[in-house]
Design a protein around this ligand. Structure first.
Ligand SMILES: Nc1nc2c(ncn2[C@@H]2O[C@H](COP(=O)(O)OP(=O)(O)O)[C@@H](O)[C@H]2O)c(=O)[nH]1
Ligand SMILES: [Mg+2]
Length: 352
């Protein structure tokens, strides 16, 4: 996951670092900024290993990674302009939505431009710190479903929505399995009464997972099935109701009014919008439209295993203002990961 974006961010980080290194080593000229002359800064490269027989020749990247900011460093807008334009392009190419890209660039610029006086900090940690803060800012806080369930009256009712084929039914099964392993009791409502075979599909998952399912015949009213599911949960003291629904587009008025009715009848605590990470910016736009039309409290992005660009995962929370809750990473029940922004940022910016 995020493999492509990670490599690109690494390149952007090196590029930003070397443009700041140029500021440090260049004589104070031109911009009028007060810069420390080179002798005030210590360029040390003790970490570059000596290979016997070959004199170690640190690359420019190695150099700036250990170049320490000893006194005041002043970076101007102009110094990082080219590197920031490259970062912008990198993000857009990775399908990061424009508003999220703009926010990241503005944040990095704000962190880097101006005065820095951090004794002993390396240029690289200055750059990584700027990128980390910018990414954390757009990724938001995530959504801890376990904590939500623990702190809300039972049964917690969760309604899954989205367009066709994005992985709603699979996600309902995966989350059912995840919650069961965490010790919660679960009932699934087979709310896709529309597509042929949909009821059987979710019923097979439920049976494999040992989870109770409530179903009506194909073609029935999904509100009625989900109403029955909630009633079952109430009378059996079940912790969580997971409601599957048929896929639909936000601009199909009749299907959206059906969803509206479902909401009125089952009164979900959470409406979860499911889309696929591989759809990139399209997923972000659809999530935005869905949220506007029917509302969404959190998002799940599936098929992240098939997406190395990572753009949708980076931009969705910032663009629609709703947290990303889980990432789907494959076809097995365990292929689901709670979205943890700090972990994702470490993965993206880590050296490994
Ligand atoms: N690779 C991969 N495939 C997935 C993931 N989630 C769902 N799928 C597959 O996507 C297809 C559609 O899933 P389904 O749950 O039926 O979508 P729905 O129409 O939204 O209910 C199925 O073949 C799933 O196995 C995922 O995280 N990774
Ligand atoms: Mg389905």
């Amino acid at each position: 996951m995020f493999g492509g974006l990670k490599a690109k961010l690494q390149a952007a980080r090196n590029r930003l670092g070397s443009s700041i290194q140029t500021v440090i080593t260049a004589p104070a000229a031109g911009t009028g900024a007060l810069r420390e002359p080179a002798p005030e800064l210590v360029a040390v490269s003790p970490t570059v290993p000596e290979i016997p027989g070959t004199p170690a020749k640190p690359t420019i990247v190695d150099k700036f990674k250990v170049l320490l900011i000893e006194r005041e460093l002043i970076v101007s807008d102009k110094d990082v302009a080219d590197a920031l334009s490259e970062l912008e392009l990198t993000l857009l190419e990775s399908d990061v939505a424009l508003p999220a890209t703009d926010a990241i660039i503005a944040h990095v610029r704000k962190s880097l431009v101006g005065k820095h006086r951090k004794i002993g900090e390396s240029v690289d940690s200055l750059v990584v710190g700027a990128l980390r803060d910018a990414l954390l800012d757009v990724l938001g806080n995530g959504f801890d479903l376990l904590d939500y369930i623990r702190t809300h009256p039972r049964p917690v009712r969760i309604l899954f929505t989205g367009v066709n084929g994005t992985g709603k039914t699979t996600t309902v099964a995966k989350i059912g399995s995840y919650l069961k392993k965490q010790g919660f009791s679960v009932v699934i409502g087979a709310g896709d009464t529309y597509r042929a075979g949909a009821i059987e599909q979710i019923a097979v998952h439920a049976e494999r997972l040992g989870i109770k399912i409530i179903q009506h015949p194909e073609g029935g009213d999904p509100s009625a099935v989900l109403f029955d599911t909630v009633q079952y949960a109430q009378s059996h003291k079940i912790d969580v109701v997971l409601a599957d629904t048929a896929g639909r587009f936000h601009n199909k008025a009749n299907l959206m009014s059906q969803l509206d009715k479902i909401k009125r009848v089952m009164k979900p605590d959470l409406v979860v919008y499911v889309d696929e990470a591989v759809a990139g910016n399209d997923a972000v736009i659809r999530a935005f439209e869905f949220d506007k039309t029917i509302g969404a409290d959190a998002v799940v992005l599936t098929k992240a295993d098939m997406d190395s660009r990572g753009g949708a995962a980076i931009s969705i929370a910032h663009t629609i203002g709703k947290p990303l809750m889980f990432i789907g990473t494959g076809q097995s029940y365990d292929d689901i990961t709670p979205f943890n922004p700090a972990q994702v940022v470490e993965e993206l910016l880590g050296d490994a």
